[in-house]
Design a binder for this molecule. Structure first.
Ligand SMILES: [Zn+2]
Length: 833
């Protein structure tokens, strides 16, 4: 039975006093009551455009487009007095934050920003956004008019339009005349890959700080120009759960201020007031913690805002579903709940504007005068232009200020790699970040070597320190040093003196170099690589460096193609007039091999972890620009494997793997790259020599003496064998092609406690191994910690004329694990040549 819709008695609904000018409600405009059906994204856009055309209190801004071409919108809603001075309000925020010079005023309007529908298959909130917008612009609504006196509201109606439409189109295409509330009905089971993620299957609510996706780059770009005082990120969770709102669960990052904690409670209590009045169920302080910096609640918090996540129960619920409690949950109800918290949040913010602005100013004043953390300067050694440029770009996107070099040529600091305090020299092109700046908290959260993690359950990874993620040598210095130069001296490569070379050479150190290789291969330029380090033309080159010889490249425009490709990618290359090297192997020797242009197949479809697959897809298409063919796992049986040289199996569950057909393809020279659970799916299969590391027998005996497990402690017991995401240092054999261009260590983000036995000498190559003391940072349960030592995490097994590459951890995690991009590219382009 469908429960009777409860009426929402928020003050707003009853506040009609005459009508100055008729503005259509969503129901009048769309022709149905909100929640009776899903509104496709283009219709939401039409409603916002309509409001922009009839209300004088709004300004609609399109700030970007999605991968599939849908518009990204922000609606600014303000009073008659304020709508004409949006720029003044924005500049005032920037001044309060110390980002622009001048004195900001704390008697300006507060900015409250509401972000709807970041996960596409959590669609109730975009519907609710239209209702909230209407309440704010309805000329007869005196309640919201009073709020807007000292508040500017920003509504982003849908953060992930591509994902939303993927879900809505699916749902609309499968339900009957009457929605079926049976949880078993197919309308409650989304097909792969689901609507949660964007076009490249990225979770946009994990991308705020990294900004790897188009949507995030556009949105956070705009967000950082405003830096609102309050930010809400709207979600839905499993439909058996009731509503969740602030205050959040532990752990909180230590840099979250007392005020930010307290005001979460104030907001939560106001939300609760309306939920209590309506008899709606909710919970707070549970499950959704505040640690990982790339969420829609933590990122705003680390940027001075009151950042919050609100979660309605509703994923896969369609228009109606019967919950475990036996109630029928409808979209109408879900929309009403989100609408209620939207209004109550705006209400409570409007009642606290002075305090919000005072505390906001204090947050940024503290950042500039008393930044958190032990280190007041971070120095990142520039021994890798590509990676340092990528880091600099990421800092730019986050508004973190930096420069290059120091006036003092030496300093003493904590070495992230050795984990010891030592003296080091500072070069003119080393990247230097001073902590005394408006973004000090965000900087600290992103750079602290170890995040303080209380021993409690968390929702996400617990380690992300950027020097490890980028694989860069860095130091944390306790003194405050200002960088010597604003600019980097060698950002632009030196012009070539010789444009008719015997050979051109490029470094192989970062994803930029991979992009250069990809561009040359696509232009049919033959590229070789050096198996060993060498010196030529007065420069040193590591193993893996790219060598483009005139020999073998008959193209009459050879020099032009190579030099112009390099110039277009800002790629530094060295022109050599001889193949006779100063040290190492000459270019004609056996140790210099040709890189065959690989045809790459990427496995997709049911059973494959779509986000893991999306990371690979995005790397090929958007980052290095190299063709990749996506094939469904289920279709491999009828795929002509001989058309491909490389097959990539991302994280996933694979039955009958590797099939005999795949095995034959490998033996004939194919290269299979298995990642995460694709690796564990291979173990114990015919021809596969990788073996799971078994726990020692005496460890098992010890289990018997363990105390009986207590039901009330079950969450804590589960934690002991959990690893939500921690950093480990691997010993890397960088003489193997899989390790080319990397130092003799590699920082891996471990998301599981899988570990394998080392290969015997005849069986395979142990490229990345973990020793006893490999742990660096992040939460690892005590049981898992015992398990992860002395074993294999990166390996290559030759098989016939082909090979299998085992990558036990995800090298491309959310695409911010910059360090892994070269490792992965080695697996594709270098291994087995
Ligand atoms: Zn969500």
């Amino acid at each position: 039975m469908i429960k009777k819709l409860l009426l929402v008695f928020i003050a707003v609904a009853s506040a009609f006093v005459g009508r100055a000018q008729k503005i259509q409600s969503p129901q009048e405009f769309l022709g149905y009551k909100l929640g009776e059906q899903f509104t496709p994204h283009y219709r939401i856009v039409e409603y916002y455009k309509y409001i922009a055309s009839v209300s004088k209190n709004v300004k609609l801004q399109q700030f970007g487009t999605t991968n599939e071409g849908r518009p990204l919108l922000a609606m600014f809603i303000a009073s008659d007095e304020n709508i004409g001075r949006l720029e003044e309000i924005r500049h005032n925020n920037m001044k309060l934050a110390g980002i622009e010079s001048g004195t900001g005023s704390t008697s300006m309007p507060v900015v409250t920003w509401l972000s709807f529908n970041v996960h596409g298959n959590e669609p109730a909130s975009s519907e609710a956004s239209m209702w909230t917008l209407y309440d704010l612009v309805d000329p007869a609504n005196t309640t919201t008019k009073a709020w807007l006196k000292n508040m500017l509201v920003v509504i982003d109606p849908c953060l992930n339009p591509d994902g939303r439409d993927r879900y809505v189109n699916f749902y609309n295409s499968v339900h009957g005349i009457v929605p079926d509330p049976s949880p078993s009905a197919r309308e409650h089971v989304e097909p792969w890959p689901g609507g949660r993620v964007n076009h490249y299957y990225f979770d946009l609510n994990r991308d705020w700080a990294w900004q790897q996706q188009k949507e995030t780059q556009a949105r956070v770009g705009l967000y950082n120009q405003w830096l609102p005082q309050v930010h809400v990120d709207y979600h839905e969770q499993g439909y058996n759960a009731p509503y969740y709102f602030a205050p959040a669960a532990e752990p909180y990052h230590k840099d979250i201020t007392k005020w930010q904690r307290e005001f979460q409670v104030t907001i939560g209590k106001n939300n609760a007031k309306y939920f209590d009045q309506n008899g709606w169920m909710y919970f707070t302080k549970y499950e959704f913690d505040l640690l990982y910096p790339s969420y829609g609640d933590t990122y705003p918090l680390y940027n001075g805002s009151i950042g919050m996540t609100y979660e309605q129960g509703g994923i896969s619920a369609g228009l109606a579903v019967v919950t475990r409690a036996g109630d029928t949950l409808t979209l109408v109800q879900r929309v009403a709940h989100h609408h209620s918290t939207s209004l109550s949040t705006l209400e409570i913010a409007s009642l606290n504007t002075q305090k919000l602005l005072d505390e906001y100013k204090k947050f940024f004043d503290n950042n500039r005068t008393n930044p958190p953390g032990e280190y007041k300067t971070y120095v990142i050694k520039n021994n890798n232009n590509g990676k340092v440029s990528a880091l600099a770009k990421m800092l730019d996107r986050n508004g973190i200020q930096y420069g290059f070099g120091l006036s003092n040529k030496t300093a003493t600091g904590f070495n992230y790699i050795s984990q010891k305090t030592e003296q080091f020299s500072v070069d003119a092109n080393d990247l230097v970040v001073n902590a005394y700046q408006p973004k000090a908290v965000l900087l600290h959260v992103l750079f602290e070597p170890k995040t303080f993690i209380p021993d409690s359950a968390t929702y996400d990874i617990t380690a992300w320190s950027l020097p490890y993620a980028y694989g860069l040598k860095a130091y944390g210095v306790k003194e405050s040093f200002k960088p010597a130069n604003a600019k980097w001296g060698v950002l632009d490569p030196a012009p070539l003196t010789n444009t008719h070379a015997y050979a051109y050479v490029s470094a192989w150190q970062s994803v930029n170099d991979v992009k250069f290789l990809a561009a040359l291969l696509k232009k049919k330029i033959k590229v070789r690589y050096a198996e060993k380090a060498f010196e030529a033309g007065g420069k040193q080159f590591t193993a893996g460096s790219l060598i483009i010889t005139r020999a073998g490249n008959d193209n009459p425009n050879f020099d032009q193609v190579v030099t112009q490709t390099a110039a277009s990618l800002n790629q530094e290359i060295t022109a050599l007039s001889t193949g006779f090297v100063d040290k190492g192997s000459d270019f004609g020797s056996d140790a210099v091999r040709v890189i065959r242009q690989p045809k790459v197949l990427l496995v997709a479809g049911e059973g494959v972890n779509s986000e893991a697959m999306g990371e690979v897809w995005h790397l090929f298409e958007a980052q290095i620009g190299y063709p990749v063919t996506l094939v469904k796992y289920q279709d491999l049986g009828r795929t002509k494997l001989g058309d491909f040289d490389v097959a990539i199996f991302p994280d996933g569950r694979y039955d009958d793997f590797p099939s005999e057909k795949l095995q034959n393809w490998i033996r004939d020279g194919g290269k299979l790259i298995a990642i995460e659970n694709a690796v564990s799916s291979l173990v114990d299969k015919k021809g596969i020599l990788l073996k799971r590391k078994e726990e020692k027998k005496d460890d098992k005996d010890k289990e018997k003496d363990k105390p009986v497990k207590i039901y009330g402690d079950r969450e804590r017991t589960a934690i002991s064998s959990s690893i939500p995401g921690a950093i480990y240092k691997l010993k890397l054999d960088n003489t193997h092609p899989l390790g080319f261009g990397l130092p003799d260590y590699y920082y891996s983000l471990k998301l599981n406690d899988d570990i394998y036995e080392l290969f015997g000498d005849d069986d395979g190559w142990n490229v990345g191994t973990i020793k006893k003391d490999g742990y660096v940072s992040g939460f690892v349960g005590s049981e898992s910690k015992k398990k992860i030592n002395n074993g294999l995490l990166l390996g290559v097994q030759p098989m016939g004329r082909g090979s299998v590459v085992y990558l036990v951890d995800d090298p491309l995690f959310r695409s911010f694990w910059e360090n892994g991009k070269l490792l992965f590219s080695n697996a594709v382009f270098m291994v087995g040549q």
